[in-house]
Design a protein around this ligand. Structure first.
Ligand SMILES: [Zn+2]
Length: 378
């Protein structure tokens, strides 16, 4: 699931990105708070007062979502599983954990970290509501904490529903996994549960629209919208596990291309574009100096340099240098390559033996290989 968005900030080494759809939900929540929640609980205040309360409360709501995702991420990182980024989008947040946990216990801990955090936040908010009390001089503050208490309770409850991709689905998967010792089977069962949940949500949505109607039509549509998203995500989680399992025994040697087109480090970006990018269809080249690979140069690297400087910028200056994370050995397995591609954002990685280039692997090579194996019924 690749989402485009706007990078917001980096926290604890994890990039936080806002998908474009997220701004819609921000506007919706801040709007509902400003126009409905605060005016109905706190009548006869100025518009400015409502906007201020609405915006500040919406900010803390999204902070709650982020803290929930961060807690999953922190537990994953503590167990040696890197987290690429957290994407905030229409339905909340997703922490992009780069690989599946290696055992059910780790899976369970990562899955429960989010709901546990939401439970603590909900308890704090309800505690503050009780402390302030109904007759206090600060009714606005009390209403804000009441909203945040409800929101965190909802985050807790919804995420614990037992179907993938929700946290409850991960808990279910961890339990089935520890009983059957079979990740694929456990993922299958948890994804079926996810699809069943999605089905129930659709039925609920249809009921709201046709039977309750009136002001229930919009929430009903929302239910159906969320259900479609859940169904799709449940499917893709299962497909990924199957794909990883199919490819885990395949070595890089079996999927790589040995005949590699390379570029020298000293040519200018103008030459790179004219001679290589525009004449061949490749969008990424290994940079090689007398047999020694130095890095990779992609269209993305070139685009980072302003066009007027292409003539006097060399490939060596613009390239992405090779590291452990952007190169492979012929004996690595395919899931390792996919993980490195996902972390680096590169679609092609060079294959090295004792510091010399022996081949290149592209995402397309891997997909073709998978397609052939699938067609052969493996
Ligand atoms: Zn969660």
């Amino acid at each position: 699931m690749r989402q485009r968005g706007i990078p917001l900030f980096t926290v604890l080494g994890i990039k936080v990105v806002a998908d474009y759809s997220w701004f819609l939900i921000v506007a919706l929540i801040a709007g509902t708070l400003t126009v409905l929640w605060f005016p109905s609980g706190l009548p006869e205040r100025s518009t400015f007062h409502y906007i201020l309360l609405g915006v500040v409360t919406a900010f803390f709501f999204f902070a709650s979502v982020l803290v929930h995702e961060l807690s999953h991420s922190i537990v994953a990182v503590l167990h040696g599983i890197p987290v690429k980024r957290i994407t905030l989008f229409l339905f909340g947040g997703v922490a992009e954990i780069t690989r599946e946990p290696s055992d059910p216990k780790t899976e369970l801990k990562i899955a429960l970290a989010g709901p546990a955090t939401s439970a603590v936040l909900a308890a704090i908010c309800w505690g503050v509501v009780l402390l302030i009390g109904p007759d206090s001089a600060r009714p606005g503050l009390r209403l804000a904490f009441m909203y945040l208490g409800l929101a965190n309770t909802f985050l807790l409850g919804f995420n614990l529903l037992p179907g993938l991709p929700l946290d409850g689905g991960r808990v279910l998967r961890a339990i089935v996994w520890s009983v059957t010792k079979n990740l694929r089977r456990a993922t299958y069962i948890a994804s079926i549960a996810g699809k069943a949940l999605a089905g129930l949500l659709v039925l609920g949505g249809i009921f709201a629209i046709l039977v309750l109607s009136g002001s229930y039509i919009i929430p009903g549509l929302w239910f159906i919208f969320i259900a479609l998203f859940l169904r799709q995500a449940a499917d893709s989680t299962y497909r990924q596990v199957v794909m990883r399992e199919t490819l885990s025994g395949v070595r890089i040697l079996d999927v790589m291309t040995s005949d590699v087109e390379t570029v020298p480090p000293e040519i200018s970006l103008t030459d790179l574009v004219d001679v290589y990018f525009l004449r061949h269809h490749f969008i990424c080249y290994p940079v090689v100096d007398s047999g020694r690979p130095l890095g990779l140069v992609t269209i993305r690297d070139v685009k980072h340099v302003p066009r007027e400087r292409w003539e006097d910028t060399t490939v060596a200056e613009a390239m992405t240098p090779l590291t452990e994370d952007t190169s492979l050995s012929p004996d690595d397995d395919v899931p390792t390559a996919m993980r490195k591609m996902s972390v680096s954002g590169l679609g092609r990685l060079p294959v090295l033996v004792e510091g010399s280039l022996v081949g290149i692997v592209t995402r397309r090579d891997i997909m073709n290989h998978l397609q052939i194996r699938t067609d052969l019924g493996e």
